[in-house]
Design a protein around this ligand. Structure first.
Ligand SMILES: Cc1cc2nc3c(=O)[nH]c(=O)nc-3n(C[C@H](O)[C@H](O)[C@H](O)COP(=O)(O)O)c2cc1C
Length: 377
């Protein structure tokens, strides 16, 4: 019998940065000491056989950064403009659900780390702390990730809650209508602990109507309640905040979203957690950038672990990137301090790449800064 997992940390989160953390990616390994095995498997795993999750990482290794000599970069900085906002650096915290799995302070600790490092936090619909508390602790820039709810009233209520809490943009995730199981999490015996609750949905949850005996639980069940184009168009009439769409992999979808009035897209496959076997997000980025033109906001997530990954994503057309799992790993190791430290390391790693590639600003980073890795030539 599979027992419900105990998500009590193997080792309590540290009050200091452990000595073996020397780069942002070190949090991935260190988190194994701080998270229960099944919780770690849930966070680290992709869906199905983890093919896409692995491809997300492998895609970065297919590119090399070409260094340049003697270029002046002493006025350099990492600032970027995204729509109407200016961010100190091009790294956002991706929406990550159920952060209580990693640390008792959960999304509050992440929000504090975001505030301390001038980072834009994207708060998940499935947060374990209230939107009001998270927003109060996050910095100037905070966005809300929205899962459209089966009823428009429930979506409207969630949207109103996010707007009142002070979130400055809505990120609608459209690639996760079906939650595909992670085999690695199932094999590790993962079950969501009873105290990891999506508190902001608690009053909105509605029972699904019963299915006819010959109905498909996918087509007539889950997908009957999944959002469609009309729902997205309706959403645009319900808010004055900028609306982004997360989970875009096809250039034609990006073009259609741009035409529909969406403010920007996030190239993403949910960290390989939706359909296994879809392409890595990095491999679709250049085609999407070319389809929407140079000025439309495009972000990317999936597989970012190092400053060099960020540099490569920017070179291939992203305006900024988001980090998902790294924030859970850092959270489990040292709470808010860990997440802030991880973000600081990522930014320093990016600055080193920029300086060595002769790029004083993010705008200087382009495809000419990269070449295919020698193994691909
Ligand atoms: C544990 C976990 C929970 C996630 N929860 C959400 C979520 O609630 N909403 C969402 O849009 N994406 C969610 N994601 C996907 C991330 O936002 C992001 O797309 C992905 O983690 C990026 O890949 P990376 O983890 O390799 O950085 C989640 C990812 C993980 C690992």
């Amino acid at each position: 019998m599979i027992m419900s997992t105990d998500h009590v940390a193997l080792q309590p989160a540290s009050n200091a940065i452990p000595a073996d953390i020397r780069c942002a990616q070190d949090y991935e390994l260190a988190a194994r000491r701080y998270m229960a095995e099944a919780s770690y498997a849930y966070v680290a795993g992709g869906s199905g056989h983890d093919e896409t999750a692995a491809d997300n990482r492998a895609a970065f290794a297919q590119w090399s950064i070409v260094p340049r000599l003697l270029r002046p970069v002493s006025d350099g900085h990492t600032r970027i403009s995204l729509g109407a906002v200016t961010l100190a650096h091009p790294v956002l915290l991706a929406p990550v659900a159920f952060q209580r799995l990693a640390h008792d302070a959960a999304e509050i600790a992440t929000a504090r780390a975001a505030a301390a490092t001038d980072t834009c936090m994207v708060c998940s619909t499935l947060a374990t702390r209230t939107l009001e508390d998270i927003a109060r602790n996050a910095g100037q820039h905070k966005w809300f990730q929205l899962y459209l709810q089966p009823s428009r009233d429930a979506t409207r209520a969630l949207l109103a809650k996010a707007e009142q809490a002070g979130f400055g943009a809505i990120v609608v995730t459209l690639d996760a209508s079906i939650q595909v199981a992670s085999l690695s999490a199932l094999r590790a015996g993962f079950r969501m602990p009873a105290d990891c609750v999506a508190v902001n949905l608690a009053l909105l949850a509605q029972p699904m109507p019963p299915l006819a005996p010959d109905a498909s639980p996918i087509f007539q069940g889950t997908m009957a309640a999944a959002p469609n184009w009309q729902d997205l168009e309706w959403l645009l009439t319900q808010t004055h905040l900028p609306v982004w769409v997360k989970g875009v992999l096809h250039p034609d979808d990006a073009v259609a979203l741009q035409a529909a009035g969406i403010d920007g897209v996030i190239v993403s496959n949910h960290g390989g957690r939706t359909l296994d076997s879809v392409p890595s997000s990095l491999s679709m980025l250049a085609a999407i950038r070319s389809a929407v033109g140079p000025n439309y906001p495009v972000l990317l997530d999936g597989g970012i672990r190092r400053g060099a990954d960020i540099f490569k994503a920017l070179a291939l057309g992203a305006d900024a990137v988001l980090v998902g799992r790294l924030q859970m790993y850092a959270l489990s190791v040292a709470g808010a301090l860990g997440v802030a430290h991880m973000l600081k390391l990522l930014r320093e790693e990016l600055e080193i790449c920029m300086a060595m590639a002769g790029c004083a600003t993010v705008d200087d980073i382009d495809a000419a800064c990269l070449q295919p890795h020698y193994s691909r030539l």
